[in-house]
Structures are given as structure tokens and as C-alpha cells.
Design a protein around this ligand. Structure first.
Ligand SMILES: Cc1cc2nc3c(=O)[nH]c(=O)nc-3n(C[C@H](O)[C@H](O)[C@H](O)COP(=O)(O)OP(=O)(O)OC[C@H]3O[C@@H](n4cnc5c(N)ncnc54)[C@H](O)[C@@H]3O)c2cc1C
Length: 240
């Protein structure tokens, strides 16, 4: 899977218990905190959430907004990051702007960094365009495009050496430069991201991102992720 990476930086501990507590407070006469010694286990809480909150598509997703996960996403192309950033509700991002720094680009020009570590080009292979027409991205085309990226890096290096600011010279950088970023979201917004971006007609790279995000989700909130996989994943459902 190319060199795409998605690692967990932090996440709310006991996320399923947290959701259960929020759900329980919706109908409990008592202060839920007082029952903390009798909370269901993390596994039992997951089963109860599925049974009372999610099964039958009840549409009561508020309690899922409490647990938060923070991930570090690496080596995806700029276009993928740009697509993700259209999601505003419950999702936050931090990403290099290239306004203050761009040493990676110069490193490609000087040969200190692998070009493919910095610039993303799709693998050689067979693809389909938006009109359903098949085409092939050949090794020769890809090599020529690598050369194009190297030439752009050299031009960037030259302009920086001539005194241009990074903010100015960044206009020369090819569009799909790889960008690392930090993303945080809650469990509800995470499922919303997957709903919109894990579909077969979504951009290939964002489908890969979705796969990697789902792996973290399944590790963090297994019962909810299993329910999601069985009921919503890749079904183009909208806005949980
Ligand atoms: C296949 C596809 C193609 C796209 N193409 C383009 C494109 O070419 N150019 C482009 O700019 N964008 C494009 N987008 C982005 C799209 O227009 C939305 O900006 C993006 O999907 C985020 O919307 P969201 O519903 O996920 O909002 P989120 O910010 O994730 O919000 C979640 C939900 O909260 C509610 N909500 C959020 N904000 C508002 C609001 N202001 N008013 C009312 N309800 C709100 C909605 O129910 C929304 O679904 C594309 C998206 C997809 C999935």
C-alpha cells in the first residue's frame, strides 16, 4: 500500500464505557458517576451500545460524540488531505503549510532524500477515468513524471537560493506532494468520514486512508467498529 501510514497518537480510554455512560445518563434518574463501580465492562458496554443505540438504525448518535481519537497520518498526497479537510464537524487538522519551511523539497534536489518520499505519483497500472474509459499509466510516463517532479524541486531550490520566501516559492511545488498531518475526531465523525470516503467511487488514496483509519477504530472501539463494518461500511449511507 504505497508508503501510506496512519498511527494513533492518543485516544479516550474506555471509549465504549464512556459512550455507555452518556447513553445511560439519557434515561437514568441518578447521577451516573455514582454507579461507576457497577459500570458494565468495556466489552459489555460495546454490546449494550449496539443493542440499545445502534441496532435498527435508530439515529441516536449523540453519545458517540464523546470519545476522541488523535492520529498521525503520513505520506498521503496533498489532494487526499485537501478532500479530508472539507469535513468540518467534529474533525480537526494540523498540517504543514509550506509557508515557513520546505527543506524536504530542497533535499530532493540535492539528492539527500528519495523523490518518492516527497512526491506522490500513482503506481504504474490500469485505471478508469470519470467517464468510464480505461487507460494505462505506463512505466515510461511515470518515469517522465518523476523527472518533472525533480525539475520542480530544482527550480524551488534555485528560487530559495535567489532569496524568495518559502511562502512564495511553494507555488512551484507539484500538487500531489506528500503531506503528513494530525487529525482528531470523535467516534461519530469518524464513522461519517468513513461513510463519505470509503466508497468504491471515492479517490483511491482516500479509500486507503479509510482502510487504515478503520484498523485503528476496530482496535479502539471493537464492538462499534464491527457494527459499522456489518451495517454501514462502503454502503454509501450518509451522516450518522
Ligand atoms: C464524492 C465527493 C465529491 C466532492 N467533491 C467536491 C469538490 O469537487 N469540491 C469541493 O469543494 N468539495 C467537494 N466535496 C466536499 C463536499 O462538498 C463537502 O464539503 C464534504 O463532503 C464535507 O461535507 P460533510 O457533509 O461531510 O460535512 P462535515 O463538515 O463533515 O459535517 C458533518 C455533517 O454536519 C452537517 N453540517 C455541517 N456543516 C453544515 C452546514 N454548514 N449547514 C448544515 N449542515 C451542516 C451535515 O449534516 C454534514 O453532513 C466532495 C465530497 C464528496 C463525498
Amino acid at each position: 500500500m504505497d508508503r501510506f501510514q496512519l498511527e494513533r497518537l492518543a485516544a479516550t480510554p474506555y471509549p465504549q464505557q464512556t459512550v455507555w455512560a452518556a447513553m445511560h445518563q439519557d434515561y437514568s434518574e441518578d447521577f451516573v458517576w455514582d454507579k461507576r463501580d457497577r459500570f458494565p465492562s468495556e466489552t459489555e458496554a460495546g454490546e449494550l451500545i449496539v443493542k440499545y443505540l445502534l441496532a435498527g438504525d435508530r439515529g441516536h448518535f449523540g453519545p458517540l460524540e464523546h470519545p476522541q481519537i488523535v492520529v498521525n497520518v503520513g505520506y498521503f498526497p496533498h489532494s487526499m488531505m485537501q478532500q479530508l479537510r472539507t469535513h468540518r464537524v467534529g474533525v480537526s487538522f494540523d498540517v504543514q503549510s509550506f509557508r515557513y519551511s520546505g527543506k524536504r523539497i530542497i533535499d530532493v534536489a540535492t539528492g539527500d532524500r528519495d523523490l518518492e518520499d516527497v512526491f506522490y505519483l500513482r503506481p504504474v497500472g490500469k485505471y478508469t477515468n470519470r467517464q468510464g474509459k480505461r487507460y494505462e499509466y505506463t512505466p515510461e510516463q511515470r518515469q517522465a513524471d518523476c523527472d518533472w517532479c525533480r525539475a520542480a524541486a530544482e527550480r524551488y531550490q534555485q528560487r530559495i537560493a535567489e532569496g524568495l520566501s518559502e511562502e512564495h516559492a511553494r507555488s512551484l511545488i507539484p500538487f500531489d506532494t506528500r503531506q503528513h498531518f494530525v487529525l482528531s475526531c470523535n467516534a461519530r465523525s469518524l464513522m461519517h468520514l468513513l461513510d463519505l470516503r470509503w466508497k468504491k467511487d471515492a479517490q483511491l488514496e482516500i479509500q486507503k486512508f479509510s482502510e487504515l483509519l478503520f484498523v485503528q477504530f476496530a482496535d479502539w472501539m471493537p464492538a462499534i467498529a464491527t457494527w459499522y463494518a456489518e451495517n454501514r461500511a462502503k454502503k454509501a449511507k450518509l451522516s450518522p
